[in-house]
Design a protein. Structure first.
Length: 211
């Protein structure tokens, strides 16, 4: 028997986009031990649902109307510290919100097209008492752990280059760029490209004038 075989994970879904909400409902509806106890399509609906149900998880769409998702995340973490917030975000379109949401206390993010297995992994992590995507604090300086090439890749990511463009710039394969980037993510404790840009700029790995 696994941790999700008994009904212990209560979930509130706060998402106004019908296709996204329907996809999440379909994925969550087939998971043993998971109960969607409330659905919100507006910011004002979220606090009452949290007060009433005290869910283990809030799935929060960054485009939810009626307020700011980052401020809501911060309020939830302050008022309902046992509720884990996972934001629903499309990258890179919402990069400017994902990182602030993570800094405000969100445990991680899921794409709106997340499949059943991805949702299961996130919820199992919650049940286990850890973040869906554990990462080291991005405020700490881990540059000494990066190889020169990994630092180069982060610098070019911060300059706005795609993996293919970085590969051409460094005269390596795109697969090699992905490998360097994944290693950098692991060493530095990054979860996505938005955090990579933030980290690179914060620690002097931003683009040079030549770029």
């Amino acid at each position: 028997m696994t941790a999700l075989d008994t009904p212990i994970v209560r979930v509130v879904v706060a998402e106004d986009r019908v296709p996204v909400r329907s996809g999440l409902d379909a994925a969550l509806g087939h998971l043993p031990g998971v109960a969607v106890v409330g659905t919100a399509t507006h910011h004002a609906q979220v606090p009452p649902l949290l007060d009433r149900h005290r869910p283990e998880v809030l799935l929060l769409g960054l485009s939810l109307p009626g307020g700011d998702a980052v401020e809501l995340t911060r309020a939830v973490r302050a008022e309902h510290p046992t509720t884990v917030v996972i934001v629903i975000a499309v990258l890179p379109a919402t990069n400017d919100q994902v990182l602030p949401a993570l800094q405000a206390g969100a445990a991680g993010w899921l794409p709106p097209t997340a499949d059943r297995d991805t949702v299961i992994r996130a919820l199992r992590a919650v049940v286990a008492g850890v973040n869906p995507a554990p990462r080291r604090p991005i405020g700490r300086d881990h540059r000494g752990e990066l190889t020169a090439r990994e630092a180069d890749v982060l610098r070019l990511v911060a300059a706005g280059l795609t993996n293919a463009e970085i590969a051409r710039r460094l005269a390596v394969s795109e697969a090699t760029v992905k490998t360097h980037l994944n290693h950098a993510y692991t060493k530095v404790g990054l979860q996505n490209r938005a955090e990579a840009v933030e980290y690179a700029k914060r620690h002097g790995l931003g683009p040079t004038e030549a770029e």
